[in-house]
Design a protein around this ligand. Structure first.
Ligand code: GRF
Length: 192
């Protein structure tokens, strides 16, 4: 815990576009923010999201993913060095091992673009449209060793229209994700 501000030292892990990272950075800059983003880690050198970290002068590091063990060992060292209290996965496309989760021993959050427990894994929007679901949405949950299965912190629904495609649904869901992630962090950290 960072003593002076009382904010949780947070690391955000990304693999690509980084629009959720951008919304978390925006939240972290608000006066009442409960987190301070001190580290952004990507497994992908070309992740666009790294630009958001750079623009805000947030320490950002690419760890090449040659195998899980070496990636996780390096990540754990970095997290320790930076006194990280909370990890937020934001479009991070690798699966963290049970060993890693145990060793880190603090909360890891993830945002997933479906109403979990429906549609774990990839391609959530097309699956929801193909199944003619009436609603989809986004979920923020705690990461455990089973994929997309940890305790749900917060969910928000969106309506699926007959005219929606996987792409248009993705856009709608992404928009609510950007509000949901900061809200879920507040809920987690204040028990609200
Ligand atoms: C989001 O839809 C998120 O729910 C999922 O991956 C996507 C990442 O988008 N886990 P971005 O990189 O945050 O723009």
């Amino acid at each position: 815990m960072e003593k002076s501000s009382g904010k949780k030292n947070t690391a955000v892990l990304i693999s690509g576009r980084g629009s959720n990272l951008r919304s978390l950075i925006k939240y972290s800059k608000t006066k009442k923010s409960l987190i301070k983003i001190v580290l952004v880690v990507s497994d992908n050198l070309f992740a666009k999201g790294l630009n958001y970290a750079n623009k805000s002068n947030i320490n950002n590091i690419v760890i090449k993913y040659s195998n899980r063990k070496s990636f996780e060992d390096r990540l754990l060292k970095l997290l320790k060095k930076n006194n990280i209290d909370l990890i937020c996965l934001a479009g991070f496309m690798k699966i963290l091992s049970g060993k890693f989760i145990k060793k880190f021993n603090k909360t890891i959050l993830n945002i997933h673009p479906s109403l979990l427990p429906k549609y774990k894994g990839l391609n959530t929007h097309n699956r929801a449209v193909q199944n003619k679901d009436k609603y989809s949405g986004a979920t923020v949950h705690i990461v455990n060793k089973k994929l997309d299965s940890g305790k749900i912190i917060l969910q928000k629904k969106v309506k699926i229209l007959k005219s929606d495609s996987g792409k248009s649904l993705e856009k709608k869901v992404l928009k609510i994700e950007h509000k949901l992630y900061p809200k879920a962090i507040i809920r987690l950290l204040t028990n609200y």
